[in-house]
Design a protein around this ligand. Sequence first.
Ligand code: ZN
Length: 197
Amino acid sequence: MIDGQVLVLNKSWVAVNVASVRRALTLLYQGAARAVHPTDYSLYDFDNWCELSALREEGRYLHTATMPIRVPEVILLSTFNGFFRQEVRFSRRNIFERDKNQCQYCGKTFAKPDLTLDHVVPRSKGGRDTWENLVLACMKCNVYKANRTPHQADMPLLKKPVKPQWLPRLGRRLPASEMGSWQRFVDAAYWDVELKS
Ligand SMILES: [Zn+2]
């Protein structure tokens, strides 16, 4: 069986899972999902997908006994419409994951209880709860920095905090090879969820 993973979208085109190629083709064959064409986003049921596969457009193919089947990059579930909103709100956890339990000021790694979320620009100076303004800091750095910006405290950040390029909802990083075609499908609104303080 071919290696690789297939992005699974729910009926509302929200990414909800990653499936093996085998699982994705099974869902397609059973009619539980349709394949999404990677360039024009048109939808294909199994029969139509087989016809498309016969055209041998550029892509990856699984060579079965009877014919080559194109490996879909993305499939759209026909019925399931879960959204997993609860997980989306676990942004604190996701910041820990992004910063890998590493204090973004001194660079040391700590156990989770010894880290806190630090506002790069303090709230008192208008700093907000965003991916770009929250970083992990150890207690010592957090206390020392206090109510100052990194510049004022002369505590440069290890790296510029940004929105991570993975799907915390899926709990794993996107494989680099799939990034281009998958990223387009990721619900943009998801990344803008702000932490509730
Ligand atoms: Zn530190």
